[in-house]
Design a protein around this ligand. Structure first.
Ligand SMILES: Cc1ncc(COP(=O)(O)O)c(C=O)c1O
Length: 183
């Protein structure tokens, strides 16, 4: 069988180190290994005088702010976002989805419905469950078949005029199923 290796694997010293010890890293959703270029940038950030972004007028503060904003612009470009203002950095998925669920709260009213899939990680379940409880919304779970695939034929039955939000992961790290959604 043909071996498919990521062309980026060699850029991650952690992956190489683990590989020499016979280990394969499969837990990137929890903790991603970092590429050398990121490790270098972090080291440089501390070595050249560390400072907060958007706080100070001294040189390291200005340097950090410029680097931070450039990263935001690059992320926006990469994600096809209309503006870098759309990009928020959070320290993880749980924090990000909690932030989103609180931000959307004002736009939802009792009886509105939120759709998730049956294979979501807690990070994409608990924030919505809390929102549903706080605002008397309805949570609906799209069924998953024995192969871990969303049952598309039945999924349409779960959408109606009160559906406000669909929050599903395209790739489950529990089941390994990749879902392409064509809207
Ligand atoms: C699939 C998946 N999603 C989300 C999370 C939570 O990520 P975070 O620690 O960034 O909140 C994890 C953590 O293990 C995960 O495995």
């Amino acid at each position: 069988m043909q071996q498919l290796h990521s062309p980026w694997r060699h850029l991650f010293p952690g992956i190489q180190h683990l590989s020499q010890a016979g280990q394969v890293w499969l837990d990137s959703a929890a903790t991603a290994q970092k590429p050398q270029v990121m490790l270098d940038a972090l080291l440089q950030h501390y070595q050249q005088g560390v400072a907060n972004v958007h706080r100070a007028q001294h040189q390291p503060g200005e340097r950090a702010t410029i680097a931070f904003e450039q990263a935001r612009q690059q992320a926006a470009h990469w994600l096809n976002a209309p503006s870098s203002d759309c990009i928020l950095f959070t320290k993880g998925a749980t924090e990000g989805i909690n932030l989103l669920s609180h931000a959307l709260a004002g736009q939802l009213k009792a009886g509105d419905e939120i759709l998730l899939s049956g294979y979501e990680h807690h990070a994409n379940l608990l924030p919505w469950q809390h929102l549903v409880q706080r605002q008397q919304l309805q949570l609906k779970i799209l069924p998953v078949d024995n192969h871990g695939t969303i049952e598309i034929a039945h999924a349409a039955d779960y959408f109606n005029s009160r559906t406000r939000l669909l929050a599903i992961s395209p790739l489950s790290n529990v089941l390994g199923q990749l879902h392409y959604l064509v809207c």
